[in-house]
Design a protein around this ligand. Structure first.
Ligand code: P6P
Length: 337
């Protein structure tokens, strides 16, 4: 059968053996996410047409203005995961604390927790630029039958059992890993099915695209400034191309296909960086490594970081391994202690 006609559902069934836990559970987890992605996609695609644009008049735990689609996407993914009867708890960028699932079936007997950024890059919504959803899945570490606890969510990224993103762009794609490589599925709006369009996605070992918000240049660490200057020199294969969409999922997706590096470093304005470790850096780092790339905080592997808080932030350098290593070499020059 032509690989392009393998649906996401068929792919999951064909690859059940890859998921080292109970077979049916992965299907139900990914199916819940797939359903939510289609519903959110429908709203994102018509955001300009209905009064769903603009801020919801509230701010999230990050203190960021919540766009109406942020709130909508959060509700859709929460409902799909809860009604899928497969998770025992959820952490979301849009929720102050983690969510336990009370009074719904015997949720405490479920084995999985999901952490999610329901709509990453949402500031792009009103200007019709691509946005995304990022998800991260762990097995709980507290006893079955009991309510989920914070430590179930504060696991190192290396403990993830699955992770992925949806990018809502010129086409809508779902890209995920269960630890056996990365596969990309494109939504056919005519049929409502996701089809395997990008099997076994791999970061090119090197590339010539760098993604970083250069508007923050004055506030960057010296090593980052030096790396940016390195990218801009007219030597060898440089200057590199500069691309920054303002949505990590979109920059990441371009980089995994073409080769490149995405950096959100610390700065004097953001001493721990901006991106959240649990539901942005960890899932994207898992995908990066599964696609043959590298993901660090400029010095250490993202997936080895022990989280202490649900919404803690981390700097991130991720993408083509040779580009990340070059950026790290500049960071190391100025490492204190
Ligand atoms: P800045 C979106 O808010 C996000 O979390 C990433 O998707 C994106 O790359 C970054 O922040 C943009 O942040 O500070 O450059 O506007």
């Amino acid at each position: 059968m032509n690989k392009n006609y393998v649906t996401l559902g068929e792919f999951i069934i064909n690859n059940q053996h890859d998921f080292k836990y109970s077979s049916g559970e992965l299907s139900r987890l990914i199916n819940s996410i797939r359903l939510a992605a289609k519903i959110v996609n429908h709203e994102v695609n018509k955001a300009g047409l209905v009064d769903i644009l603009g801020a919801a008049g509230d701010t999230n735990v990050q203190g960021e203005d919540q766009q109406k689609l942020d709130v909508y996407a959060n509700d859709v993914f929460k409902s799909a995961l809860i009604n899928g009867e497969i998770v025992c708890g959820i952490t979301s960028e849009e929720e102050n604390d983690y969510i336990t699932i009370e009074g719904k079936y015997n949720a405490n007997d479920n084995k999985y927790v999901v952490l999610i950024d329901p709509l990453d890059g949402s500031s792009n919504i009103d200007v019709n630029v691509s946005v995304g959803t990022i998800f991260s899945i762990y097995r709980r570490i507290t006893p079955l039958g009991m309510p989920v606890k914070k430590e179930d969510f504060l696991q190192k990224g290396s403990e993830q059992v699955a992770a992925g993103y949806i990018v809502y762009s010129t086409s809508t794609m779902l890209v995920y890993t269960t630890g056996n490589g990365v596969n990309g599925f494109t939504l056919n709006p005519a049929t409502g099915s996701f089809y395997l369009s990008h099997p076994n996605m791999k970061f090119p070992e090197s590339g010539n695209i760098f993604s970083i918000n250069q508007g923050n240049y004055p506030h960057f660490p010296k090593g980052v400034k030096d790396y940016i200057k390195y990218c801009q020199e007219e030597i060898e294969d440089r200057p590199y191309t500069y691309r920054y969409i303002g949505s990590m999922v979109s920059d990441f997706h371009r980089n995994i296909i073409k080769g490149g590096i995405y950096i959100y470093p610390t700065s004097s304005k953001a001493p721990n960086g901006k991106l959240r470790l649990l539901y942005e850096c960890n899932p994207m780092a898992f995908l990066t490594e599964q696609a043959g790339g590298k993901a660090t905080n400029g010095f250490n592997r993202i997936l080895d970081i022990q989280p202490n808080e649900l919404h803690e932030r981390s700097p991130i350098f991720c993408g083509s391994i040779k580009m990340v290593e070059k950026a790290e070499s500049f960071m190391l020059k100025y490492k204190k202690g």
